[in-house]
Design a protein around this ligand. Structure first.
Ligand code: SF4
Length: 326
């Protein structure tokens, strides 16, 4: 029996190279070793969205990227969170045994409450409980996480321990599988790559759009003129070369240090590397886009398979909590 992996991602639409290097690539690799469940967490998105008008399109675009990148519905269950309503049942039950004090202490709640003071909703404070429900509904063993998400997973583990101690051994304590990919900085070199900072490159961008985006990238701030020697170790363009032109980094670093290459040309080489690395991905994505029914079929099948696991868990939980006859 393979161990089960669960991971959820918000429906953020077209994915960028930071998503790919930081998560999607890892999702693809895990498929052969684990029984994987990948979920687009649309209910979580409701805690922060001002409008839901783009939600469906964002789910569709994200699915195109996931499937084109290699997520395989024959190997993994891929579905949308709200299509398996058992998660909201479990969320409610877990909410009855999660102390409010635990939730109010979560740093991301405080941060989100600060960022959207006009909408500090109940879902924001209950976010870790819904996340726990997502994970344990499928009796997950392993959750791929970055270091920054470890406290969230610890909360899930605490909720599991509490449930098991009150109602008897029911859920495995999910273990963290730390992703080995580092945080990918955005084109401004200041923050993690993300759409909200507009410092990203979409996987589905055309080669021309990719070059345009790379042209905006911040480089070594000490290199003011073409003839100034550069410091590749502080330049995010150079870091990105490491992912997309791994065979050329020594040469680029050496040339940069003696001003043998200018930043304009260096960025053209980077855009070329990104475009050739993503060529096959973009062809697959284009083909998938021509057949939207296939995307919806994958999601419907994923929801059906996820629900068959979820129903068993909910029946067991209700019996253990005394809500139905054991
Ligand atoms: Fe960065 Fe390349 Fe310019 Fe050197 S030449 S500072 S590595 S963009």
């Amino acid at each position: 029996m393979k161990q089960r992996v669960f991971s959820g991602a918000r429906p953020t639409g077209r994915q960028h190279i930071g998503n790919y290097l930081g998560a999607i690539q890892n999702y693809v690799d895990l498929q052969d070793k684990y029984d994987c469940i990948y979920c687009i967490v649309d209910i979580h998105a409701l805690t922060t969205l001002e409008s839901t008008s783009e939600l469906q399109q964002n789910i569709f675009e994200m699915m195109l990227d996931w499937l084109a990148a290699g997520l395989d519905p024959k190997k993994s269950i891929i579905f949308v969170q709200s299509h398996v309503t058992e998660v909201t049942e479990l969320f409610t039950f877990l909410g009855m045994l999660t102390p409010l004090g635990w939730l109010l202490r979560v740093p991301t709640f405080k941060e989100k409450a600060r960022m959207q003071p006009q909408n500090v909703n109940y879902g924001l404070v209950g976010y870790p409980v819904l996340m726990a429900a997502d994970i344990i509904l499928y009796k997950t063993n392993v959750v791929p996480v970055g270091e920054d998400q470890l406290p969230h997973l610890e909360m899930t583990r605490e909720i599991v321990r509490r449930f098991n101690s009150i109602f008897g051994e029911t859920f495995p304590e999910p273990q963290a599988k730390l992703t080995s990919f580092p945080m990918v900085l955005g084109l401004n070199g200041g923050q993690k790559m993300g759409k909200s900072y507009n410092n990203h490159i979409e996987l589905a961008a055309t080669p021309e759009e990719t070059l345009e985006r790379v042209r905006t990238a911040v480089t070594d701030p000490a290199r003011q003129r073409r003839n100034d020697p550069g410091h590749p170790e502080v330049c995010n363009v150079f870091t990105l070369h490491g992912y997309f032109n791994p065979g050329r980094t020594e040469e680029i670093a050496a040339q940069c240090k003696v001003a043998g290459i200018g930043c304009v040309d260096c960025k053209k080489i980077l855009a070329g590397g990104i475009n050739s690395a993503l060529k096959d991905f973009r062809e697959r994505r284009h083909a998938l886009e021509q057949d939207p029914d296939h995307i919806y079929d994958v999601l419907a099948d994923g929801a059906k398979r996820a629900q068959s696991i979820a129903r068993k868990t909910i029946t067991e939980v209700k019996a253990k909590m005394g809500l139905i006859r054991a």
